[in-house]
Every structure is written in structure tokens, then in C-alpha cells.
Design a binder for this molecule. Structure first.
Ligand SMILES: Cc1cc2nc3c(=O)[nH]c(=O)nc-3n(C[C@H](O)[C@H](O)[C@H](O)COP(=O)(O)OP(=O)(O)OC[C@H]3O[C@@H](n4cnc5c(N)ncnc54)[C@H](O)[C@@H]3O)c2cc1C
Length: 362
């Protein structure tokens, strides 16, 4: 098979990049190893204000707007409450978002191949293994949208993520909740070492999760999640029925990688490390980076030369994350409950509150 661009991975980054390229008239093949896009989802699906304002996300897949954030110390007593004048977050039905994005990709002309794994690179082609067996694909360019542990990055000799958190969450229905909508975040290194534990809802389901450095959970991430889920804040009066879904996965927090392109292709989304090192939000970067990736690939395909790919440079993008990388180092050092409580106490001061508002409502 011959194509202009082979995109590996049908997460948000791959679906968006493939669609933008097909809309510009290029022949695009999108290979995804999962046979359905509504299984093995690896995100809570919180979209931030910037994404909600700048991108046309399907309204029927978005939960109600959230303007309130509560930051709790390990004791859970006296949280710092931040209220925004704007709709800051909406939790999406991600199965619906992916289904909508796949329909849009197909309508734009992308050949979407589910159940098809990228298995490596030969001298002149890429090897895919699909439902009908192996296929060799010749592509002018390949896009690695294959997540935090990208095989494409390895095969192209590009940079790879080394600083990873692990996250896991449980989702259950919240029929009958009369709680005001809020994003509850608990800073407690025993539950979420180096990051935070959260509760948020999409109007129909609560998402309860923890994330942190995998080797620092005192008794493993699954146990930390079970402990947190049993006492998580914001769920008083909510009848907790059975868990309907479990999600989890790695989160790259080392900042955008430096070498994310070469003459044969480029990386987008988690594969490129495009996740905020502090908040671990990766959905907005996926959408923005895909636009940039599609633009340089379009230039390269039209000019018949790979030179435009050299402008797709992670070092430039990385500079924008500098302050967040510094704050990430700070958060990584919060190793005891006492330090976490002291951090929350700082957030009660007016400079602390202003800094928290900038990070959470930025
Ligand atoms: C628990 C958790 C919660 C999160 N919550 C949020 C949140 O609420 N908001 C936010 O902004 N960010 C969140 N993030 C981060 C965010 O989800 C990611 O940054 C984003 O989804 C990355 O999208 P992606 O398209 O780059 O990668 P992915 O969504 O990981 O997609 C990669 C795709 O590539 C496929 N693939 C991999 N290898 C191959 C192969 N060899 N062949 C074919 N296909 C392959 C995978 O099956 C997958 O579908 C969260 C992350 C985790 C782990």
C-alpha cells in the first residue's frame, strides 16, 4: 500500500492530525491497534477553557461547566476554594469524543484501520499487522501519535519520554447527587506521590482518580486508588453504585521532547511529551500540536522536500513550559504529608491563591 502519510495511533492527536492532512488533500492511513475506540480509554477527559473556546468539540459529549476548585491538604480539613468567573472545565464523554473524531476523519477521507498494530519500520516501508495479517505500507511520512511510550519515536531515532507519572481512575454513576459541581484535588503524597488525587463529575458519572510517580506509591497505585475512593471528598450523599469503568495509563511530565521530527516524520501528543508538566493536562496540547504538525507536513508534501519538518522543533515549544517544569520539580519534592499541608497553607496567602488561580484557571 502506498500513502502520503501513515499516522500511528487514534487518540485525540492522531485523529486530529490525520483529519487536518486529509482535508488538505493528502492520502492518509490511520492505524490503531485497538479494535474499538470506546475501550481502554486513558484519560479522565477534562477539557480546559482554552480548548472549549478554541476548538469545536461536540456539545452533546461535554458535561456541565465547572467553575469551582477545592484543594485539600492530607487531613482533608479546610480546603482552599477557588472560584472562577468563567466556565473553566468540562468533563467529556470520551467514547463519544473519539467516535465523533473518527467519523470526522473518515468523512475527510482518512482510511481509518482499527485492530491494526504498527509493528516496525523496514528499509522502505512500515509493517502493520491487521485483522487480515501483515501489510507493508510505503508512506512519504509517518506520524507517531502512539502515546507516551511511542514505538514510532524509537524507530525514527527521536527523543522518548523518560519522566512518567502513572494514573488510574474509577468511574461510577452519581444519580441523585445534589452537590455543587466542583473539581476536588487532594495533595497527599501517600495517595498521589508527586501529583494529586481527584474527584470530578460529568453530570452523570463521578471520576475518582490518583496519579503519581509509580515507584513511590507506598503500597501500589491500585491500593492507593481503593483507599482514596473509599473516602474521597465531594461525594457525601452520593449513592455509590458499582464502578462502571476503570481507566489508567502513563502520563509524560518531562515537558515537550527536543527532537520530535526528522526527514521521515514527526511526533504529536503524548509521543512528543506534549503534556503540561504541572497539571498533567494533555488534551489541549494534543489539539494545538496537531495543527502545527499538519501544517509542516502539508508544506513538506507540497514542496516535495522534507525541509519544513526541521521547523517542527521541540526545543522551541519546550521553552514555553519552563516555569511549569520548575513547579513540577517542586511538586515532586513533596514527599511527606506535613510538607503537603505546608504547601496548602501557602496557597491560603494571597500570592499563593493568585499563583494557584493562574495555574488552574490559566
Ligand atoms: C489517568 C489519566 C487521566 C488523564 N486525564 C486528563 C484530563 O482529564 N485532561 C487532560 O487534558 N489530560 C489528561 N490526561 C492526559 C491526556 O489524556 C493525554 O495527554 C492525551 O489523551 C494523549 O493523547 P494522544 O493522542 O497523544 O495519545 P493516546 O490517547 O494515548 O493515543 C495513543 C493511541 O495510539 C495507539 N497505539 C499505541 N501503540 C500503537 C501501535 N504500535 N500501533 C497502533 N496503535 C498504537 C493506542 O492504542 C492509542 O489509541 C490523562 C492521562 C491519564 C493517564
Amino acid at each position: 500500500m502506498n500513502v502520503d502519510v501513515l499516522v500511528v495511533g487514534a487518540g485525540l492527536a492522531g485523529l486530529r492530525t490525520a483529519t487536518l492532512l486529509a482535508r488538505r488533500g493528502h492520502d492518509v492511513l490511520l492505524a490503531e491497534r485497538r479494535s474499538r475506540l470506546d475501550v481502554a480509554i486513558r484519560t479522565t477527559g477534562i477539557f480546559v477553557r482554552r480548548s472549549l473556546e478554541d476548538f469545536a468539540l461536540p456539545e452533546d459529549c461535554l458535561g456541565p461547566p465547572i467553575r469551582r476548585v477545592l484543594l485539600y491538604p492530607p487531613s482533608r480539613r479546610g480546603p482552599v476554594t477557588l472560584l472562577s468567573a468563567h466556565d473553566e472545565y468540562r468533563v467529556a464523554d470520551m467514547a463519544g469524543i473519539y467516535a465523533d473524531a473518527a467519523r470526522t476523519a473518515t468523512a475527510a477521507g482518512v482510511r481509518v484501520r482499527l485492530g491494526t498494530r504498527y509493528d516496525g519500520r523496514g528499509l522502505e516501508s512500515y509493517l502493520l499487522t491487521g485483522p487480515d495479517g501483515p501489510v507493508r505500507v510505503r508512506a512519504r511520512y509517518v506520524v507517531g501519535a502512539d502515546g507516551a511510550r511511542s514505538r514510532v519515536a524509537r524507530d525514527l531515532g527521536l527523543d522518548r519520554n523518560r519522566h512518567l507519572l502513572a494514573g488510574a481512575e474509577e468511574i461510577f454513576p452519581i444519580a441523585g447527587s445534589d452537590q455543587p459541581l466542583a473539581f476536588h484535588c487532594v495533595i497527599d503524597p501517600r495517595l498521589a506521590p508527586g501529583y494529586l488525587a481527584w474527584v470530578i463529575d460529568d453530570g452523570k458519572h463521578a471520576h475518582v482518580g490518583v496519579a503519581g510517580y509509580p515507584d513511590r506509591f507506598p503500597d501500589g497505585m491500585r491500593r492507593a486508588l481503593a483507599r482514596f475512593a473509599a473516602t474521597a471528598p465531594g461525594l457525601d450523599g452520593v449513592r455509590r453504585s458499582d464502578v462502571v469503568e476503570r481507566r489508567g495509563g502513563p502520563i509524560p511530565v518531562g515537558g515537550v521532547l527536543r527532537r520530535i521530527s526528522c526527514v521521515d516524520g514527526l511526533l504529536v501528543g503524548d509521543a512528543a511529551g506534549a503534556v503540561s508538566p504541572l497539571t498533567a493536562g494533555g488534551l489541549d496540547p494534543c489539539l494545538r500540536m496537531s495543527e502545527q504538525a499538519a501544517a509542516v507536513l502539508d508544506d513538506a508534501l507540497r514542496s516535495g522536500r522534507p525541509d519544513p519538518l526541521a521547523h517542527y522543533d521541540g526545543a522551541d515549544l519546550r521553552a514555553r513550559f519552563r516555569s511549569r517544569l520548575l513547579l513540577r520539580h517542586g511538586l515532586a519534592r513533596v514527599r511527606t504529608p506535613a510538607l503537603a499541608a505546608a504547601g496548602i497553607a501557602l496557597l491560603r496567602t494571597s500570592p499563593g491563591r493568585a499563583a494557584a488561580r493562574r495555574i488552574l484557571f490559566g
